[in-house]
Design a protein around this ligand. Structure first.
Ligand code: ADP
Ligand code: MG
Length: 586
């Protein structure tokens, strides 16, 4: 084919692909424009997760009448004049691409009135073409609607996810900007349901309550600003105390100069600040603002401006880590665990102390529960399962417990050598199969709380739990919506009945929320896995001989004893031959 210059509308659609990935990207760009225009109130509304309709209304400066069309030209911006200005960007936008891009792939209306003008302007565009323009009376500010996103790019439209997934992405952007700009009032509605609001008080904590719920809002610690250093890097925000931890990193949010960034290094700096303060595999909640002179950071490295490059990345890393570490040490209600101990035994104090099994009593009770349930249900379990007892694959050989290694592994002797079991993985497997069998059979044992607990996890989590109440019921939860983002918990699965309902539900909500297409496995299994993970003995817990023997006995009853529910091995086998080879005996 000969080389040709692409027609304008094709070029626009291609360029739009860079900026507009999904409804949430439209919301993000329109919010950025509103913030850049000095708005104090930003109202976002979506329908169909934004796939059918998006509206963003602000009370900012508006666009002067003679500039309205210009705003839709590619590379038309009021925020940048020379290339040098790129060195000192203080606005969220600067490329002049968003409006042109969004317009190219949707049906759009743009109604705006500049503060100093009598009349406003209303534009209607389809696929980037202006199809009508008239004057309107309206308050100062701008109202944009976007309908039929990607209506003219079927290949892209096809890739949009379910309404719920798209809605969640919208939620994330609105809540992010609300956190980054606590002075501004944000409101987000999905259809006629109000999903989120921030009061515009200027207090990040007030926003946090709306995003993550009351508990988080109350517990979060103000990051201590470092006034002593010469450095121009300022770190502020709110971080969770070590007692508040989550199953994944999605509760870590970092802003650089008022811009949300996805920066693995800064996320790691946050995690590092919690070193040895959190149980293994758990992550903190943190909303961190990093502010530094614009010349110290390049924001022009990513189409959606979600990544930045620092002139001195190490300094930023250190500043973040230091500020949060200091905050935790000075303000966290729990003293540092592990102290100066070597890293190898650093995990031990946790499991024995601050969380999970707070004392040996609770632990004993639970393992007794394991034993009891084991014997009671063995017959039922066998009846209920189709596992041929003599098939070689799944079945465990008889194992004799020798002892515990590093409070993490069980050392056992089998007929053909030594077996090392991961106590947590093994227990997870036992609990998981038992729970699924109970679900199919008599039902998962559930324990009522002395008093129903009200748990506020924020709108996103409440929303997703609400949608899965039936599944929660199947695995032993008794939960209902209590209005707003509050859930009422009446009962928990017995195996986690001693845990804090807030933590248990938060984990379950995350199971639903994490990732793009969170549930490739059936939802009830995903929830069961999460519950069992929490209930299982942890690495670092001292087990008595009888407890270990009981665990192995229970594992023998499993259909798939060799892996944990997440697919990791529960045991490693060191054969007699292997040992002999290692010792040079053969
Ligand atoms: P950029 O934000 O990079 O400048 P956009 O395409 O997002 O590019 O917007 C183009 C221009 O339109 C902006 O520079 C601004 O002058 C104007 N504009 C867009 N949205 C708004 C708004 N909500 N309020 C006021 N002006 C706006
Ligand atoms: Mg913009």
């Amino acid at each position: 084919m000969p080389i040709r210059v692409l027609p304008d509308h094709v070029a626009s659609q291609i360029a739009a692909g860079e900026v507009v990935e999904r409804p949430a990207s439209v919301v993000k760009e329109l919010i950025e424009n509103a913030i850049d225009a000095g708005a104090t109130s930003i109202e976002v509304e979506t329908r169909g997760g934004g796939k059918s309709f998006i509206s963003v209304v602000d009370d900012g400066a508006g666009v002067p009448r003679r500039e309205v069309e210009l705003a839709f030209h590619r590379h038309a911006t009021s925020k940048l004049i020379t290339a040098n200005d790129l060195e000192s960007i203080t606005t969220l936008g600067f490329r002049g691409e968003a409006l042109a891009s969004i317009a190219a792939v949707s049906r759009m209306t743009f109604a705006t009135r500049a503060a100093g003008e009598e009349l406003g302007t209303y534009l209607r565009l389809e696929g980037g073409e202006i199809v009508s323009r008239r004057e309107v009376g309206r308050p100062p500010g701008t109202a944009v609607t976007v309908e039929g996103l990607f209506y003219n790019v079927p290949a892209r439209r096809k890739f949009l996810r379910t309404e719920r997934t798209e809605r969640r992405h919208v939620d994330r952007w609105v809540t992010r900007y609300a956190m980054a700009y606590p002075d501004l009032r944000f409101a987000l509605d999905h259809g006629d349901r109000s999903a989120f609001q921030s009061p515009g008080t200027g207090e990040l904590r007030d926003v946090l309550v709306g995003v993550y719920g009351l508990d988080v809002g109350e517990q979060a610690l103000d990051v201590i600003a470092d006034d002593s250093s010469e450095s121009a890097i300022r770190v502020s925000g709110l971080v969770g105390p070590p007692s508040f931890h989550r199953a994944n990193r999605t509760y870590i949010t970092v802003f650089v100069n008022g811009r949300w960034v996805k920066d693995a290094s800064l996320t790691y700096a946050v995690t590092q600040a919690y070193d040895r303060l959190l149980p293994k595999g758990r992550h903190p909640m943190a909303v961190v603002m990093v502010d530094l002179p614009p010349s110290e950071v390049d924001v022009n490295v990513h189409p959606a401006k979600a990544e930045v490059r620092f002139r001195d990345g190490d300094a930023v890393f250190r500043a973040v880590q230091k500020a949060i570490r200091r905050t935790l040490l000075e303000r966290a209600p729990v003293p540092e665990m592990g102290g100066r101990s070597s890293s190898s035994d650093a995990e031990a104090p946790w499991s024995a102390g601050a969380r999970g099994w707070r004392d040996g009593e609770a632990r004993r009770k639970r393992l007794t529960a394991l034993g009891r349930a084991g014997t009671e249900e063995q017959s039922q379990l066998r009846l209920g399962s189709a596992r041929p007892l003599d098939s070689g694959e799944g079945v465990l050989p008889p194992l004799r417990v020798i002892g515990q290694l590093g409070t993490t592994y069980i050392v056992a002797e089998g007929p053909h050598g030594m077996v090392l079991l991961d106590q947590h993985a093994a227990h997870e497997r036992v609990l998981f199969e038992r729970l699924l069998n109970q679900r199919k059979g008599a039902g998962v044992p559930s324990q009522s709380l002395l008093e129903p607990a009200l748990v506020d996890l924020g709108p996103e989590a409440a929303d997703v739990l609400d949608e899965h109440l039936d599944i929660l019921g199947q695995v032993g939860f008794e939960v209902e919506s209590f209005g707003g983002s509050t859930m009422m918990v009446r009962a928990l699965p017995t195996i986690v009945a001693e845990e804090h309902p807030h933590q248990v539900l938060a984990d379950v909500a995350e199971t639903f929320l994490s990732g793009e297409e969170p549930l490739r496995v059936p939802a009830e299994e995903a929830v069961a896995r999460q519950v069992c993970k929490r209930a299982a003995v942890k690495a670092g817990q001292v087990l008595e001989q009888a407890e270990m023997a009981e665990l192995i006995r229970a594992l023998e009853d499993c259909e798939s004893p060799h892996t944990c529910p997440h697919g990791r091995p529960t045991m490693i086998h060191l054969s007699v031959e292997h040992l002999a080879r290692q010792f040079g005996r053969t």
